[in-house]
Design a protein around this ligand. Structure first.
Ligand SMILES: [Zn+2]
Length: 438
């Protein structure tokens, strides 16, 4: 790739913006030719503190932020990007997505994608989803399993990091793990050999081997399904636990031994408790959280991705398909959210995008978080500094701060008075390169 050989120091800002939009920007450390970029922000929310800076400047050198401050001096030769009438924020992070999935309200929707779409076709669609996410201001995703598309998430990640297609930074989980008989496709004749939405594994030793295999092929995270078959008993959301304690502990232990952390899909109380006994690092969905499991999460520093919007989005369809429990789960999650917030659980933004169509927009999650009790600033932090800490990327991502990667978005209004502003992102910079400017 052209690392800027054709770009003189006299390149106009417009031309520079066009070049970076094409992914032709100079990489960091490209030397004297790399001009500083100064982003002027009318208001600036840094993703870490409660303070809102007025008339701030973000100085960017290469792919990183050099300085942030109000009234900062702009170097004479810097390229200026004027967002003086906008609010700047760090690039958003969504810690629960499925790029290889394009909406699955019902089991039939899900099965159709696995039965009628090849993995190459699904990977092509994933690149479109990735572009959509980036255009909507999401500069980083933790993509939590490919739903039957094998290791295609690693390929999408490679294509993005090499600049072949535009997209967010990806942390990928590859195939996810579940035992025999617990995960779609299910319900077909025993004479048919059907595709699986996960890697089916039974037994502690086999789970260790599966984790090693996933890491070998590029898994940044290990994802597993802790439970299924959710039901209400005495006001508590219960569930059937998938793995024995011995199996789940072997899975988590092997992942940790290999320097990977573990995301557990856990919706009912039983599945959440099992995942916490096993040592999982993040709880996904978690509708059935109660005082005991919440206290344990706070003590152990376990993160929670509540994925509220998708629950509300699929509830009607799944209830109509004969599973009314999904409507009850929406109410239960709202109660759990309030409790977890009061007790100080680390709540990370996570949407399950892909579980609903990518065109819906991941940022709708924010208004649910605020409606359920977060301040707009807390909701913003859940998708910036808190989400970056979940990823162990607190030195690189999640804040507009000197030294971190220059992932920056802007909206026209004030998201602290109207959180839905985040659904209308006007400007996106990823690693110092402008990828959207309206
Ligand atoms: Zn999911």
């Amino acid at each position: 790739m052209n690392k800027g050989g054709s770009m003189s120091t006299h390149t106009s800002p417009r031309r520079l913006a066009a070049l970076v939009g094409l992914g032709l920007a100079m990489a960091s450390g490209a030397g004297a030719e790399s001009r500083a970029v100064a982003v002027r922000c009318g208001r600036l929310i840094d993703g870490k503190t409660d303070e809102v800076l007025k008339d701030a400047v973000v100085l960017v050198a290469g792919e990183r932020i050099q300085a942030v401050g109000a009234g900062l001096a702009v170097p004479a030769d810097a390229t200026v990007i004027d967002l003086g009438r906008s609010t700047c924020l760090p690039g958003l992070i969504d810690n629960h997505t499925h790029l290889l999935l394009q909406g699955d309200i019902t089991a039939a929707d899900y099965d159709e994608q696995l039965l009628k779409e090849s993995i190459p076709f699904r990977a092509i669609r994933a690149t479109v989803a990735a572009r959509t996410a980036l255009q909507n201001g999401f500069t980083t995703l933790r993509d939590l399993e490919t739903e039957g598309a094998m290791y295609a998430d690693v390929d999408v990640k490679t294509a993005i990091s090499r600049g072949i297609v535009p997209g967010p930074r990806l942390f990928v989980a590859t195939r996810a793990l579940a035992p025999t008989g617990t995960y779609p496709l299910l319900g077909y004749s025993w004479e048919l050999r059907m595709p699986e939405g996960v890697q089916i594994v039974d037994g502690a030793d086999n789970l260790r081997r599966a984790v090693r295999e996933q890491v070998k092929y590029g898994a940044d995270w290990i994802k597993y399904y802790s439970d299924r078959r959710y039901y209400l008993k005495d006001g508590v959301l219960r569930s059937w636990v998938n793995f024995t304690d011995e199996e789940a502990k072997a899975l988590v232990d092997e992942a940790h031994r290999l320097g990977r952390r573990v995301a557990a899909h856990a919706i009912g109380r039983d599945g959440i408790a099992s995942a916490l006994r096993a040592g999982a690092d993040t709880i996904e969905h978690g509708d059935g959280l109660d005082d005991e499991t919440i206290d344990l999460m706070v003590r152990r520093g376990v993160y929670w991705c509540p994925t509220i919007y998708v629950g509300a989005y699929v509830a009607e369809g799944r209830a109509a398909a004969g599973a009314p429990i999904w409507k009850t789960m929406v109410d239960l999650e709202r109660q759990a959210f309030g409790k977890a917030l009061r007790k100080g659980v680390r709540i990370s933004f996570g949407t399950d995008a892909g579980g609903y169509a990518w065109t819906e927009g991941q940022a709708r999650e924010f208004s649910y978080m605020v409606r359920y009790g977060m301040s707009p600033m807390q909701a913003i932090r859940s998708a910036t500094s808190v989400a970056a800490a979940l990823l162990d990327q607190q030195d690189n991502l999640g804040a507009l701060e000197a030294g971190r990667l220059a992932d920056l978005i802007a909206v026209a209004g004030d998201p602290l008075t109207d959180i839905t502003e985040l659904e209308r992102v006007r400007f996106v910079m990823k690693g110092g390169a402008v990828v959207k400017r309206e």
